[in-house]
Design a protein around this ligand. Structure first.
Ligand SMILES: NC(=O)c1ccc[n+]([C@@H]2O[C@H](COP(=O)([O-])OP(=O)(O)OC[C@H]3O[C@@H](n4cnc5c(N)ncnc54)[C@H](O)[C@@H]3O)[C@@H](O)[C@H]2O)c1
Length: 502
């Protein structure tokens, strides 16, 4: 019904703060006429000046021509009252995140704009259906959820509410493509795609911390250097600020009726109450001086280490021991003094030692999923003797690769976090919240993960991820780790996690 590619498209942007300005910028740059409206006097004019200034800066850097910058700037028109939105084809609101305020705005706008005008909301946490409910024409309301900073975060979630008509989501999809953004279609569910898929990274890291498996900085090092995430979960919590992230965690957990996969950590609430918000208060998990993170020194590497014979349970570890130049113990059962290195998936060191009939005092488990990365992870049983712990650390770091020594944990650190991310991604697909391709696109573009959750699962092997989750689930009895049916079926069939059902 609405062709968002038409050359005379007029977009209204209500709320010209951080997000409104970004949306106005990408729209004006793609040839759309933009009307800017804000409740604060002068705010719309300030936004126009700021976005025009941005075009000039881009022209100065050669990213657009001076002529294109001038034309884009001329497409921005601050308006003083809502009546001036008459004639808009689409109005997107980026006002305060408050259900009543957004409902009031849309019900006020309905008699002003034409019946064919789309009303879009940039809400990140409210239900699109709830915003649309009091409207006379709820079918024209949809979510259009951008990420900050809008011009750089090239993804937008298009969210039809329960009553949204197909042409409305289609028009927003076309507009997104016109502005150079990748539209992803998400059902109106808590957190949509990105904030839903992103839950596992922080909550599982917090569960690992709460369990006493490793210190926060060690967890960050493992996830950055072994698993390849750009930032550790505790660095990310500090950057976002606990005042923002903890309420989101609680809200998503509540909206999914206490789904154990999203269970937040009580310790985060305590830290929030204490005011340890992160970078903005110069103290979160890390400390900050002059805006820079104060480095947390890794624990020292033991100096005097006795070279013990090393017995291993897998070829990957045998290769590591050989490359390190340590004496391998090729016996079917380890010799009387040998260090026993094991490589479990999903199991802890203690039960791996017990199941193989090994001496737990001489056993150390190495994470086989990420043992060739820039960092290795090894974990001890509660009774591993200090000289065996030190020997394991020495042999695993003989080629210069740093080793994180952690306490016993079913699934180490990276296996737990990665399997959780894959499992949540699978569940988003299972619930038909979004298509597999859109889930992966939303997560790579919106969260900057090295791969989307489904491609991540495919790279490591769906059967492997299932094995890890089942083992953690068996050990803990925690339904948080129950595998998604999407994963279980595709692992059983031996097909990609991107496989849709006909
Ligand atoms: N900042 C983010 O990272 C981010 C990301 C995605 C979505 N969002 C969502 O975008 C929306 C805006 O967020 P923001 O960070 O740009 O906020 P902001 O505080 O920077 O800007 C909001 C603007 O809206 C104006 N405003 C408030 N109530 C209004 C009303 N009733 N009518 C007209 N103008 C009004 C304010 O004066 C302000 O200029 C929120 O719904 C938020 O949840 C924010």
């Amino acid at each position: 019904m609405l062709d968002a590619n038409r050359t005379d498209l007029v977009l209204g942007v209500v709320g010209t703060g951080t997000m409104g300005r970004g949306i106005a910028q990408i729209a004006a740059a793609s040839g759309v006429e933009v009307r800017l409206m804000d409740a604060r006097p002068d705010a719309a004019e300030q936004a126009r000046a700021a976005v025009s200034g941005m075009f000039d800066t881009l022209a100065g850097k050669g990213r657009m021509t001076a002529e294109a910058a001038a034309q884009a700037g001329a497409r921005l028109r601050p308006i003083a009252c809502e009546q001036d939105l008459a004639g808009c084809h689409i109005v997107v609101e980026a006002i305060v995140e408050d259900l009543q305020a957004k409902r009031d705005l849309f019900t006020r706008l309905e008699p002003v704009v034409g019946e064919a005008c789309v009303l879009a909301t940039n809400t990140s946490s409210l239900s699109v259906t709830a915003i649309a409910a009091p409207c006379a024409l709820p079918g024209r309301v949809a979510g259009f959820h951008f990420f900050n900073p809008v011009p750089l975060m090239k993804v937008v979630e298009v969210i039809p509410g329960v009553l949204t008509e197909p042409w409305v989501a289609d028009a927003l999809t076309t507009l997104a493509v016109r502005t150079g953004h990748r539209p992803v279609r998400a059902a109106d569910t808590p957190g949509f795609i990105v904030n839903h898929a992103g839950r596992g990274f922080g909550t599982e890291a917090l569960a690992i911390l709460q369990e006493g498996v490793a210190e926060f900085a060690e967890i960050d090092r493992i996830l950055r250097e072994a698993a390849g995430f750009r930032m550790g979960p505790f660095e990310l919590l500090d950057l976002t600020g606990l005042d923002v992230s903890h309420p989101v965690m609680e809200s998503i957990y509540g909206q999914f009726y206490q789904e154990p996969r999203f269970r937040p950590s009580y310790s985060l609430r305590q830290r929030l109450t204490a005011g340890l918000l992160g970078r903005k208060t110069r103290r979160g998990f890390y400390q900050y001086h002059d805006g820079k993170q104060v480095a947390v020194t890794p624990p020292p590497i033991p100096e005097k280490v006795e070279r013990l014979p090393v017995w291993v349970d897998s070829p990957e570890l045998a290769a590591l021991v050989k490359a390190a130049g340590w004496e391998p113990d090729w016996g079917e059962k380890p010799g009387a003094v040998s260090l026993c290195l094991v490589a479990p998936y999903g199991a802890d060191a203690t039960h791996t030692a017990l199941s193989l009939g090994l001496d737990p005092a001489r056993t150390v488990a190495v994470d086989p999923l990420f043992c060739l990365a820039r960092r290795r992870t090894a974990m001890t049983t509660p009774v591993t003797a200090p000289e065996y712990r030190a020997a394991a650390q020495a042999v695993l770091s003989a080629d210069g690769t740093p080793v994180s020594m952690i306490r016993d944990s079913a699934g180490f650190v990276a296996q737990r976090v990665v399997a959780t991310i894959v499992n949540i991604g699978c569940e988003i697909a299972q619930q038909r919240i979004a298509s597999p391709e859109d889930i992966d696109a939303a997560v790579t573009l919106g969260l900057g993960y090295p791969k989307g959750p489904l491609a991540m699962g495919d790279a490591l092997g769906p059967a492997r991820i299932l094995q890890i989750l089942q083992a953690i689930h068996d050990f803990t009895g925690d339904p948080r780790y129950r595998p998604s049916p999407w994963l279980t079926r595709r692992a059983g069939l031996g097909v990609s996690l991107l496989t849709q059902e006909n």
